[in-house]
Design a protein around this ligand. Sequence first.
Ligand SMILES: [Zn+2]
Length: 233
Amino acid sequence: MTNSLYVSSPVNALVQGILREDKTLEQVLHRGDFGLGTFDDLDGEMVLVDGIFYQLRSDGSALIPDLSIGTPYACVTHFKPTDTIELSTQVSLLQIQKLISESLLSSNLVYAIRMVGVFSKIRARSVPKQHAYRPLVDVAGDQKEFHYENIAGQLVGFWTPDFMHSITVPGYHLHFLSEDKSHGGHLLDCIVDSGTVWLQPIDQLDLDLPHTIEYLHANLDKDVSSDLNKAEH
Ligand SMILES: [Zn+2]
């Protein structure tokens, strides 16, 4: 089994408003059991954990989607963590990121990150389903934020070097899923009371280039990193 990051379509295309591609969840599942992304028409945030997809909707509720649903952007791996960090005191998201960054072998690799813990605060968001072509930065203006307190759950995602920003979301990109699998979203901020972080360095990239008409005719040479930064962070 290779230690690679599978990306179903360059994130640049999603940032430019191509909200449907030609990959289904079933196809993505062959490339990993852990990861994140979104669904066709931006119908919620995606978490893939232990081989099960969760669709985190704009009201913060989670459901298990049908595997025939499409995704315009998914980023997955076969999760085999090699490093662990125990969090025994209350820490902020920034402090968690600092602890993770300090433990990384190199900032030029990709890392899959899973953190299971009890959160005194979670601030997350998801976007409502879109009915027309819209650049991601405009859609992000519609994002619904939600807050949870004293909730058990997990963070699922990646750390990716900035130089990969046309392929996948750079920096830390984490999605939250509650322990009872009923709520979640794209993580904006959190405070953790206690928890465990698992890290997996990844040294291969496996990128699919879609064959949809929209993708084949898009101009993907524009630098959209500032739009991506606004939309995803
Ligand atoms: Zn996200």
